[in-house]
Design a protein around this ligand. Structure first.
Ligand SMILES: C[S@@+](CC[C@H](N)C(=O)[O-])C[C@H]1O[C@@H](n2cnc3c(N)ncnc32)[C@H](O)[C@@H]1O
Ligand code: SF4
Length: 452
């Protein structure tokens, strides 16, 4: 009953909990709002990037198979034929940025995908050496490398050898392993994964043994379900497994699939016979279960979906994303963000088709597809929206709040979803414990068309 009241209170404030159109908010403006880039960017533009520090994202668009729910850009066919050409272009992509941004101090690198662990060590080394030779990596603090259990387990030399080389030769400090669920039935029949729960545990064991500074596993919830009780039991069982594994960091993703993106390999995940999508009330119940269990197991909630044991388990790359700092996105479909002097933010999304990506790079042009400029107030709005996800909150100019989003913030504060504290002419805004249950939905409440 208490939960129903909370949901109804949130809805009265305009909040929408829609499992049909849920998106994990990590970027603003949403990609669908960006516009096609018309003029290539000039060196003068890049000379105005004001941040002295930056993070780099590197997209590796290869997987052994395509999971039925996944919205990332990836290929699962002819990988061996495509891989070498892709890496060559990726290195050129990095070079194009280095022409303008080689003086930035790179603090964090994130190899995401797709599945970076499909690469051989020599291929990873080539990319890392390219970055080291092009940018100032003297103050590099973190390299994250995404893996999937099945790609790790078939590494040519052995899983231990591969992980040790990543750590000792490449300098990887953090592994992120996609586990999704410890339930074999969910893994196989619903998600179309190509590994079992035991294989995921084997991967976790090897990652522990390799002794990285930290590592993370991704889990998902909110799957198509036969009934609420069995879905809840499955989540509880996953949480019990987690408790026994004693992991440093866990990320929970609510399964997302917009209708037009649901069909992957002709397998519509939300149309599985006898399965329904969870209702909003059930989703909130899942989030409460996760929160409770993670608290009981001694985790700190960091950024709503992330749970960590210690300070060292934080993802530095995330602080670039969620603090609106410069992120250089490279590779197919990668996104990036540049802070430009004169109070503008510049968000971009690369092409997701190989042909277009290669063509632009071969012509020495950045492979940007869509872009969005955030001027003055829009940049503040971006800070606010992404700042909602941060556990330390976000500081906003008092003057800006009064003119822009003050009313919504006031109502959320009165409703107990937000805490506001005034400090001189700044206001520190943080989600409350209640608010964190609705973090992405609160972010979405503040989405506003970009001003030109
Ligand atoms: C690039 S994948 C991780 C590495 C690797 N490819 C794997 O799947 O094991 C990043 C994560 O995004 C999450 N993800 C992918 N598709 C999703 C969806 N439709 N809804 C929610 N989370 C999703 C999964 O938890 C996945 O582990
Ligand atoms: S979830 Fe991971 S393994 Fe599955 S298709 Fe997406 S990127 Fe590939």
């Amino acid at each position: 009953m208490e939960r129903d009241q909370l949901i109804s209170k949130f809805r009265k404030l305009g909040g929408v909990i829609d499992p049909n159109d849920y998106g994990f908010v990590f970027f603003y403006p949403p990609f669908t709002w960006l516009e096609t880039l018309r003029e290539p960017l000039t060196p003068a533009f890049f000379s105005r990037v004001e941040d002295q520090e930056a993070a780099i994202y590197v997209h590796i668009p290869f997987c052994y198979h395509e999971c039925s729910y996944c919205y990332f850009t990836k290929f699962s066919r002819n990988i061996d034929k495509i891989k070498a050409g892709y890496i060559t272009h990726l290195k050129e992509d990095l070079k194009l940025y280095a022409k303008f941004l080689s003086n930035k101090k790179i603090k964090a690198i994130y190899f995401g995908g797709g599945t970076p662990s499909i690469l051989a060590i020599d291929e990873v080394r080539q990319i890392q050496l390219t970055i080291n030779s092009l940018f100032d990596t003297n103050q590099l603090q973190e390299i994250t490398f995404e893996c999937s259990p099945e790609t790790l387990l078939v590494q040519k030399e052995s899983i231990d050898f591969y992980l040790n080389r990543l750590k000792d030769d490449i300098g990887v400090t953090r592994i992120s392993l996609g586990v999704q669920s410890f339930n074999d039935d969910i893994l196989e029949s619903i998600l179309g994964r190509k590994h079992s729960a035991d294989q995921a545990k084997q991967g976790i064991g090897a990652i522990k043994k390799a002794n990285f500074r930290t590592f993370n596993i991704d889990l998902m919830y909110g799957f198509p379900q036969k009934d609420f009780k069995s879905a809840k039991d499955a989540l509880k069982a996953d949480l019990e497994v987690l408790d026994s594994l004693k992991l440093p960091s866990i990320t929970f993703y609510q399964l997302w699939g917009k209708k037009d993106r649901d069909v992957v390999l002709n397998k519509p995940i939300w149309q599985l016979e006898e399965y329904d999508r969870p209702k909003p009330e059930e989703i909130i119940n899942f989030r409460q279960l996760i929160l409770q269990s993670m608290n009981d197991s001694g985790y700190n909630q960091w950024m709503r979906d992330w749970f960590i044991k210690e300070e060292k388990d934080k993802l530095l790359y995330n602080t670039f994303l969620f603090n609106s700092r410069t992120v250089i996105g490279t590779g197919l479909s990668a996104y990036g963000y540049l802070n430009i002097s004169g109070d503008n933010g510049y968000a971009y999304l690369n092409h997701s088709g190989l042909e277009e990506y290669y063509k632009l790079i071969d012509n020495e042009k950045l492979p940007l597809n869509k872009v969005g400029t955030l001027k003055g107030p829009n940049r503040q709005l971006r800070n606010l929206i992404l700042g909602f996800k941060r556990e330390d909150g976000v500081e906003i100019d008092k003057e800006w709040i009064d003119t822009c989003s003050g009313d919504k913030l006031e109502k959320l504060t009165k409703g107990g979803f937000i805490n506001k504290s005034v400090m001189n002419n700044k206001i520190l805004i943080k989600l409350t414990e209640k608010g964190r249950l609705f973090a992405d939905e609160i972010c979405r409440l503040f989405f506003e068309p970009l001003q030109s």
